[in-house]
Design a protein around this ligand. Structure first.
Ligand code: C2E
Ligand code: MG
Ligand code: MG
Ligand code: MG
Length: 281
């Protein structure tokens, strides 16, 4: 196909492609040295029971504390880490770091860790999870792995085998960003997830006349029928929280309750608030 596409097209894109490839290469090298220099940090965002406001757990979210550019969002480096395979090293570092932090939290507080689709190959992921649990002493049932629908697109059979292998270790599996991928409903049949996280795009307009409240309701009903828990992502207003409560959603996460916190601040939240019950309003 490249041969027939013509010289003009090739010439036109060449400089831009080179710049992009160079940028990618530079970033790859930077991520590599950032790993060596330990410039990554893990923040933790609590998720709470919608009815009791109890903190049920916290999600590990990685950041890059760049010496010159400050705190860099995962959206700016996770894709490159995925393309270059560095996500395996970064992902296992996050897992280990977060498990060690969570081992100090009260027993009822769970840890959720995001796992990239790229990490779903062979037995590496299960081995890394087992190692992180083993060295930290965190019980498997307090760890929740968040995966996206993209995991199931690539290679159903291998991904499913790995999901079952992980489940066999005793960890929970949550489906993240639900509703933003493709043929979502099929994936709910493929694997018995413990939790569905309803993407923020369905929460932000939940109270608008043509908003997504009926979609949220449908997801909550499907989840209930299949014994899965639901978490609403990105809850920012009390009005959204009220709507979610009416619709029967189980858990919420979002700036309304708390943004991602440092390890120290999170430990304080889960330990100090009496039974971690939060008075939202
Ligand atoms: P995610 O797993 O869906 O995480 C939720 C994102 O929404 C986080 O962004 C969080 O800070 C943000 N958020 C939470 N509440 C609110 C809210 O009320 N309003 C708004 N506007 N945003 C809210 P963050 O930390 O920038 O992470 C972005 C994405 O990067 C994550 O989406 C996840 O897909 C990925 N990511 C983060 N850490 C890791 C990691 O350790 N490994 C992998 N593979 N991916 C990660
Ligand atoms: Mg997540
Ligand atoms: Mg999410
Ligand atoms: Mg999301």
């Amino acid at each position: 196909a490249a041969k027939g596409s013509g010289r003009r097209t090739y010439r036109f894109f060449e400089p831009e492609m080179q710049v992009r490839a160079q940028k990618r290469h530079d970033l790859e090298m930077e991520i590599r040295s950032a790993l060596a220099r330990q410039e990554f940090e893990v923040y933790y965002q609590p998720f709470v029971d919608i009815k009791t406001k109890t903190v049920l757990g916290a999600e590990a979210l990685v950041r890059w504390r760049h010496p010159e550019r400050g705190l860099i969002s995962p959206a700016d480096f996770i894709p490159i880490a995925e393309e270059t395979g560095l996500i395996d090293q970064l992902g296992s570092w996050v897992l280990k770091t977060a498990c060690h932090a969570a081992a100090n939290w009260p027993e009822r507080v769970r840890l959720a860790v995001n796992v990239s689709p790229v990490q779903f190959k062979g037995h590496t992921l299960a081995l890394n999870v087992a190692a992180a649990l083993g060295s930290s002493g965190l019980p498997a049932n307090r760890l929740e792995l968040e995966i996206t629908e993209a995991v199931l697109i690539r290679d159903d059979e291998e991904a499913l085998a790995i999901l079952h292998e992980l489940r066999g270790l005793g960890v929970r599996i949550a489906l993240d960003d639900f509703g933003t991928g493709y043929s979502s409903l099929r994936y709910l049949q493929l694997f018995p997830f413990d939790k569905i996280k309803i993407d923020r795009c369905f929460i932000s307009n939940i109270n608008e006349p043509h908003g997504a409240s009926h979609i949220v309701k449908a997801v909550v009903d499907i989840a209930a029928a299949r014994n899965m828990t639901t978490t609403a992502e990105g809850v920012e207003t009390a009005a959204q929280l009220d709507a979610l409560r009416r619709l029967g959603c189980d858990q919420m996460q979002g700036y309304l309750f708390s943004p991602p916190q440092t390890e120290e601040a999170l430990a304080h939240i889960v330990a100090s608030a009496e039974h971690s019950i939060i008075k939202l309003h």
